[in-house]
Design a protein around this ligand. Structure first.
Ligand SMILES: C[S@@+](CC[C@H](N)C(=O)[O-])C[C@H]1O[C@@H](n2cnc3c(N)ncnc32)[C@H](O)[C@@H]1O
Ligand code: SF4
Ligand code: SF4
Length: 385
């Protein structure tokens, strides 16, 4: 067994750059790119030099991430060609679909890439959350991908402002021969938050604040409140039922800065969530504590201790943090348990055997029946050729 046998899937954030400014995204602050965010790419040269074939072979390669959109990377196609040469299980991208020429989309289809289009509305509403995107360009790109033989998936986050366009989008997806899934908003379902959208008024484009909410019961899970629970010190110290994405679900995360993490939550914490400089007044005690715990690892192990730009995959995944420290935090009755090492985020997202994560990624393929379909992305056979 090698360290490459410890995971089946890897999520890659190839860039922190994005054409859109979705208000619920970690990269956006008051309608603009957060000025504190580092905007950078993993270059094609570094990717080929630092990601060995064994890291990709027979794996599910999932371009998604926290801060960016893969279609903004200038060399995505050569990176995918390199990945394909290693014979992965499959390659997929989650994207807003709003940039690049039709030829690019056709090429993605020809390379066998499965694309999930994150499009939360039809012509009237998508740009209200997916700020800066243009529906007609997205539709053109979807068509080019479909014409190239691509089988796409349209993922539609339902909000109060776009519920009335779900049917139009569903029909559009049918015309494209795409799958169609309605997804729940997992950010601030109770309070709502503002999107600074660009809209046309009297023939002029103006900036307008739009309230982003999802209040319809139809699109809420009965346990939605549980995802918003208040952590307390006791919950943090009593961890027994953690289901970790890496250790239990065998999924790894590579960030735009080359850092390998057990999950996107840690990548997000390191560069954003929890850092008061990034999220300002919204910093909450446990997010901040989580951020501090993760940043402290740099002090203990040296800055860049988990970056593929500095170390080999064997050195990183074989590191004591991965081998001993982190898994030691998952069971407060275990011999390696130390409260000092616990990252509260683990309790927040992964307690109750990971069921909280499942609630957050709930899909309603048949909203009229409010049917909970298990996350299809986790279905291993779905994309197999
Ligand atoms: C940060 S994005 C990165 C990938 C790509 N830029 C995109 O948007 O698909 C990662 C995931 O977050 C999702 N997302 C964005 N806003 C969301 C929200 N309010 N609730 C739930 N998921 C959201 C996106 O749809 C995407 O699936
Ligand atoms: S498209 Fe994705 S990365 Fe870009 S702002 Fe929206 S959620 Fe964030
Ligand atoms: S938050 Fe903690 S338990 Fe959850 S996936 Fe990340 S490292 Fe694992």
């Amino acid at each position: 067994m090698t360290i490459y046998d410890t995971y089946d899937r890897i999520e890659i954030e190839i860039t922190s750059n994005c054409n859109a400014r979705c208000s619920g995204c970690s990269r956006t602050l008051n309608g603009e790119t957060n000025p504190q965010l580092t905007v950078a790419d993993l270059t094609v040269e570094d990717f080929i030099a630092r990601v060995p074939a064994e890291a990709l072979h027979k794996k599910s390669i999932e371009f998604c991430g926290v801060f960016g959109d893969a279609i903004m990377h200038k060399n995505l196609i050569p990176i995918i060609e390199y990945i394909n040469s290693t014979k992965p299980l499959r390659v997929s991208i989650d994207t807003n679909g709003g940039v690049q020429k039709p030829e690019f989309w056709k090429k993605l289809a020809q390379l066998g890439v499965k694309v999930t289009f994150s499009v939360d509305g039809h012509r009237e509403t998508n740009h209200l959350y997916r700020v800066n995107t243009n529906f007609d360009i997205i539709l053109r790109n979807m068509k080019a991908y479909a014409d190239g033989g691509g089988w796409g998936n349209w993922e539609y986050i339902a909000f109060d402002h776009n519920e009335h366009e779900i049917e139009a989008a569903r029909l559009e997806a049918e015309r494209l021969n795409f799958d169609f899934n309605v997804r729940r908003n997992s950010r601030n379902t109770h309070e709502g938050y503002k999107s600074v959208a660009k809209v046309k008024e009297n023939g002029k484009v103006v900036k307008k604040e739009i309230e982003i909410k999802q209040t319809s019961k139809e699109y809420q899970h009965s346990q939605v409140k549980e995802t918003e629970f208040e952590l307390n010190d006791e919950a943090v110290q009593k961890l027994v039922d953690i289901k970790c994405l890496y250790y239990h679900d065998r999924k790894l995360y590579l960030g735009f800065d080359g850092r390998l993490w057990p999950c996107c939550y840690f990548g997000d914490l390191y560069n954003g969530q929890g850092n008061p400089q990034i999220i300002g007044k919204d910093a909450n005690k446990y997010e901040f504590l989580s951020f501090e715990k993760i940043r402290k690892l740099d002090k203990k192990y040296g800055v860049g201790w988990n970056s593929i730009l500095n170390y080999s995959w064997e050195e990183i995944l074989g590191h004591e943090y991965y081998n001993k420290v982190l898994p030691g935090t998952f069971n407060s009755n275990g011999s390696n348990f130390s409260t000092d090492d616990v990252v509260p985020k683990c309790a927040l997202k992964c307690r109750k055997g990971g069921s909280i994560r499942e609630v957050e990624r709930q899909f309603f393929t048949k909203p009229e029946e409010n049917v909970y379909e298990k996350d299809y992305i986790f279905d291993k056979n779905m994309y197999d050729k």
